[in-house]
Design a protein around this ligand. Structure first.
Ligand code: C2E
Ligand code: MG
Ligand code: MG
Length: 577
């Protein structure tokens, strides 16, 4: 065994080691055998590379024996080693990729010149660290994590990374924003179902290409879900920039896509969300755009997310569509709340109040669904239904009792319904159909109905009077109607709004308001109903003030039709306030 003192590190170069252990005389092969990865030494002379010594790992992976020439890629590492040596550097490294039996293998290789040994000037140490599993894990993970295999676009995660990258590395003017445009291919599932998943894939790829063509430099397109795409866009001019991109998207998808023998038109729903600032979390903006696209699917329009509006709008849309079904399928009912003659305690009538319990939405309050009905135009069928139903209820009660009950029913009219529908004919038909006389059906309308179009309201009120119907002014005190107009209109009853009545005993202003309305009514010859009577004390106070009629939880809550009838029959002639 030869002594090779120069391979040993110098003692003074090893900090903390004061006394070097005496080294042993060991062979080159033994040195290499101590390494846990392929290693070998080569000599390079006259342009010929020769193996001097190898360890077991090297033999296993690089097999420099007879079988070697049969593997063409085996020459690659030799070529790279020679290249490194010829470069004249004392040490070098490179990555070696070769086809292994289970796919590509990656080695991190180093080659370094060894100190000259007696008569052997060109000796080199070669090591190779197997990086195959690290490389493939990282590569697969990144690929799977960040991109969509079909379109090669970034997926949702990749999209997030791309956005972060753009936000960090693009130049952004001071008041710039970014926007997310979400695109949902509406009929995609039908293509998948009818033409098969291959056609579906082809469609997605084509759409991806077209969408890509509508992008500007710096925009990012991604496929964030099955048939959902999203675009990140820098906006220098806020919404108007976003709408330009939307227009380009529509143009790009406008002409049909060819799938085998078929021409398919892609419908898409588009929703946008704009960042409040560049520091807003892009994930939040993506979510908002996705929420907007959901609404767009129902509305058929491009929807822009605005803070806070979304939840309400979503709710409104579902209330509207469920209400439409409910009206078509008879899903609404009327509840009847007794109206009490405050001096005698008699039940003079009932107010019919619409009730809706929906399978999905549960109980929806009239305040909510009447507003939606007014916005959507559903108030016309709803109002018609309520008028017919109320008149029918009266006729059913009459039939049950064997003769006409000495009570009437009040029906609420929406101002929108009054402008859109022929309310007078509606009541005429409802009365005729149920055989009820007009004096038993009171129309409750609000001041706003008169303010909106006084002339039309006037005509309607007179038409209702021709039907003998009493007319009540609902929620009185909350609107702006001038007293002169009240005087010239055929109004019979003022219903003082609950907001004045309920707390009137604790609030002087309210009490004054109630008293004023009572004296105004007296001077105009009108009856007054007080809404929202919740206590006996209040009932007595109003009785003492000479108020004609009362309504409220103290007497009874609104009840279903049969209960209302029982309530009336149990009390009529016996009631005291
Ligand atoms: P409104 O016509 O002023 O009806 C009176 C409302 O006050 C009813 O609310 C009733 O349940 C409630 N109420 C009665 N007594 C009391 C009480 O002592 N305390 C309290 N806190 N509330 C009391 P509801 O049923 O929720 O109806 C709300 C509004 O919805 C109605 O106000 C009416 O404007 C509208 N509405 C209900 N049904 C119809 C309908 O068929 N057509 C139209 N156009 N509007 C309707
Ligand atoms: Mg009312
Ligand atoms: Mg009211």
């Amino acid at each position: 065994m030869r002594d090779r003192p120069d391979i040993t590190p110098k003692v003074e170069l090893l900090p903390g080691v004061d006394d070097a252990h005496p080294f042993h005389m060991i062979s080159m092969t033994e040195w290499l055998g101590a390494l846990p990865h392929p290693a070998s030494t080569f000599s390079f002379q006259d342009n010929v590379l020769k193996v001097v010594a190898v360890n077991g790992w090297f033999r296993k992976y690089f097999s420099p024996d007879a079988s070697e020439p049969a593997r063409p890629q085996a020459t690659e590492w030799r070529r790279r080693i020679v290249e490194s040596i010829l470069s004249g550097r004392d040490s070098d490294s490179f990555e070696l990729r070769r086809e292994g039996t289970l796919g590509p293998e990656y080695f991190y290789c180093t080659i370094g010149r060894l100190p000259e040994l007696e008569g052997q000037p060109n000796l080199f140490l070669f090591t190779a660290l197997d990086r195959t599993s690290d490389r493939s894990i990282v590569k697969n993970l990144r690929r799977e994590l960040l991109s969509d295999g079909l379109t090669a676009l970034p997926n949702r995660t990749g999209f997030g990374e791309e956005i972060e990258d753009r936000l960090a590395n693009m130049s952004w003017p001071e008041n710039a924003q970014f926007g997310i445009i979400a695109i949902d291919l509406s009929r995609f599932s039908r293509v998948n179902e009818s033409l098969g998943p291959m056609a579906g894939d082809e469609l997605l790829i084509t759409v991806a290409k077209r969408l890509k063509s509508s992008l500007r430099q710096g925009d990012v397109l991604s496929r964030i879900g099955g048939n959902d795409f999203a675009i990140f866009a820098k906006l220098n001019n806020g919404l108007s920039d976003a709408l330009h991109i939307v227009q380009r998207i529509r143009d790009a998808l406008n002409y049909p896509i060819r799938l085998s023998d078929l021409q398919i038109r892609v419908d898409c729903a588009i929703g946008c969300a704009l960042s409040a600032s560049l520091t807003e979390d892009p994930e939040d903006v993506v979510r908002k755009a996705q929420a907007a696209v959901k609404i767009a699917k129902r509305s058929g329009k491009v929807e822009i997310y605005r803070n806070g509006v979304l939840k309400e709008a979503q709710r409104r849309f579902s209330v509207e569509s469920r209400l439409r079904d409910a009206l078509a399928q008879g899903g609404l009912t009327l509840a009847y709340q007794p109206l009490i003659h405050l001096q005698t305690g008699e039940i003079t009538g009932f107010e019919a109040l619409a009730r809706w319990n929906d399978e999905e939405l549960g109980d929806v309050s009239p305040a909510e669904f009447i507003a939606v009905a007014e916005e959507s135009g559903l108030i016309t069928p709803l109002g018609r239904w309520a008028a017919y139903e109320a008149a029918q209820a009266l006729s059913r009660w009459d039939a049950k009792f064997g003769q006409p009950l000495p009570v009437g029913v009040n029906v609420n009219l929406s101002p929108i319904q009054m402008t859109r529908d022929d309310v007078a004919s509606m009541f005429e038909e409802a009365l005729r159909y149920s055989g009820i006389t007009g004096n038993r059906l009171t129309a409750e309308l609000t001041e706003s109905a008169i303010v909106a179009d006084p002339e039309k309201a006037r005509k309607l009120l007179f038409a209702l009077k021709d039907l003998q119907m009493p007319i009540a002014m609902d929620d009185f005190g909350t609107g702006y109607s001038n007293l002169a107009s009240l005087h010239s209109l055929p109004i019979d009853i003022l219903k003082i709004d609950r907001s004045f009545v309920t707390n009137m005993l604790d609030d002087r202003d309210k009490e004054v308001m109630v008293k004023t309305i009572l004296s105004l009514a007296e001077s105009l010859g009108l009856h007054v109903t007080a809404e929202g009577i919740e206590t006996q004390q209040l009932a007595h106070a109003l009785q003492n003030l000479g108020c004609w009629q009362g309504q409220g939880y103290y007497f009874a809550r609104p009840m279903a039709e049969p209960e209302a009838f029982d309530y009336w029959r149990a009390r009529w002639n016996f009631e005291t306030v």
